[in-house]
Design a protein around this ligand. Sequence first.
Ligand code: DGT
Length: 252
Amino acid sequence: LSRSPHCHSSTGPMDDINRVKRVSIEGNIAVGKSTFAQLLQFAGQDWEVVPEPVGKWQSIESGSSQKVSNLLDMMYQDPQRWSYTFQTNSCMSRMRTQLQPPPARLLRAKGVPVQVFERSVYSDRYVFALNMFELGCINSTEWAVYQDWHSFLVEQFGRQVELEGIIYLRAPPQKCMERLGQRGRMEEKGVQLDYLEKLHTQHERWLIDKSTKLHFERLTWVPVLVLDASLEFEEDPKVRAKFITQVKDFFS
Ligand code: DGT
């Protein structure tokens, strides 16, 4: 699991960091990523979950006026105007998250320590930004600019933002729609099934059909664990136990 080509000693601090596997949880809106991530957190001391910073997108402090903008809401209200801005912000926060060093607790773990992210800089590009481009909410100039800085940053950070695995929580868009309705997040009240179907298709192309054209060759080889998230894993302890076993086997 060596991340650094310059690192040969088996006892140095870099080796400790390199021991940590980095994994992202991917899946449609409201499929249950956060719930699943919490499950993982409780299932083993060797796992650390780094949540998606949705809260930050909902309260952006702008300038000296102390005005707080809800960029998530702005993006849903006027996607043509705000999608590009949203993707710069979401990708930046995902980049920061993926660059966070693992906590000391993980480095001391006896088993295989795993750092789990909710989504990644890769779903930012190959699910959301691509979808917004295909919908015409990001124009071709914005898309070219996005891809240019995204490729540049990911290549610059290199191994630091690479993933060793992806957990794909897969569920029919209709199921996600039901869960989205149940949680009632204010900004999402206008979200239609059609939008979830499009995002589902993007996930499928990337993670199942492998037909998304990826800029990063290394990403093509990242192993994907597919879990049937149409099952009620929040309610059913048997499903939970099965998922945990699958995940543990996947990383062992
Ligand atoms: P979960 O735990 O599976 O229910 O996940 P959520 O729904 O809490 O979190 P998530 O990742 O699906 O996203 C929160 C909201 O932000 C949701 O309305 C979708 C939106 N969102 C997340 N990432 C992006 C993005 O990169 N682009 C756009 N346009 N929207 C995004």
